[in-house]
Structures are given as structure tokens and as C-alpha cells.
Design a protein around this ligand. Structure first.
Ligand SMILES: [Zn+2]
Length: 136
């Protein structure tokens, strides 16, 4: 990976830069004082797809339901990136159930990619089945 982006303004910067030449903020200081979860949420908007993918997987492992909305937004912001979109659906699936998760899946049902709309719809249907209980 030859590129590195400022986590605050997403300008391309050299690796190891402490002060961003574009926005002038102290990156090292920001990273030290910003909670890991907040940095992951911010990384979902990074123009570098590898950074976003890393954040999606980390948020999946973090298990905070509140991340569902930001994850869905990430998928919606890059509609042609189906691989990333599917990773978002998988990550949301592993988060605890709640209103935020349901809203995120409903949003993903509006996604441009058919595969993502279907995957989100299946998860919503499964949640309803779980809610009403299995009859078999
Ligand atoms: Zn910057």
C-alpha cells in the first residue's frame, strides 16, 4: 500500500506524517485522544477502499449495534463497490439486534446492487421469523 490518507480530511499524505499538510491538524495527537470506535466510524468515509474494509471488519468484531447506521451509509456511499457492500451486510448481521440494525438493513434494501438488496431483505425476513418463533 503506497497511499496513506489523513484520517481527518482524507487528503493523501506521506506515511508517518504527524501534521497533515492539507488540514494542518495533528494526526498523532488525534489518534491518541480519539476512542478506537470513533476512529473506525470515521474510517468508513475514507476514500481508500482498503481502509474502509478494515474498518468494516473491525466494527463487526467490535459488536456495537450503534455502528449499523454508519456501516449502511458506507455501503450506500460507494454503490458500485459490491464486495464492500456485502461485507457491510455481513458485519451488520453479526451485530446485536435492535432498532438501528433494522433501520440499517431497510436502508440497504434501497442499494443499487441487487445482491445487497437481496441479502439485506433476507436478514430482515430472518429477524421476523426469529421474532415470531419457529413453528417446526
Ligand atoms: Zn488532514
Amino acid at each position: 500500500m503506497n497511499h496513506h490518507y489523513c484520517p481527518l480530511c482524507y487528503a493523501e499524505i506521506s506515511i508517518g506524517a504527524i501534521i497533515c499538510p492539507a488540514c494542518g491538524r495533528n494526526i498523532e495527537d488525534w489518534e491518541r485522544h480519539t476512542p478506537y470506535y470513533d476512529r473506525l466510524i470515521r474510517a468508513l468515509k475514507n476514500p481508500h477502499s482498503e481502509v474502509r474494509m478494515g474498518a468494516i471488519l473491525s466494527l463487526q468484531n467490535h459488536g456495537r449495534e450503534a455502528a449499523a447506521g454508519s456501516l449502511a451509509e458506507c455501503a450506500m456511499n460507494w454503490p458500485i463497490d459490491v464486495v464492500q457492500g456485502m461485507a457491510v451486510v455481513e458485519a451488520i448481521a453479526k451485530l446485536p439486534d435492535g432498532a438501528e440494525k433494522t433501520a440499517a438493513l431497510r436502508q440497504l434494501q434501497q442499494h443499487e446492487a441487487h445482491a445487497i438488496r437481496v441479502a439485506a431483505g433476507e436478514l430482515l425476513a430472518k429477524k421476523e421469523t426469529d421474532h415470531y418463533g419457529h413453528s417446526t
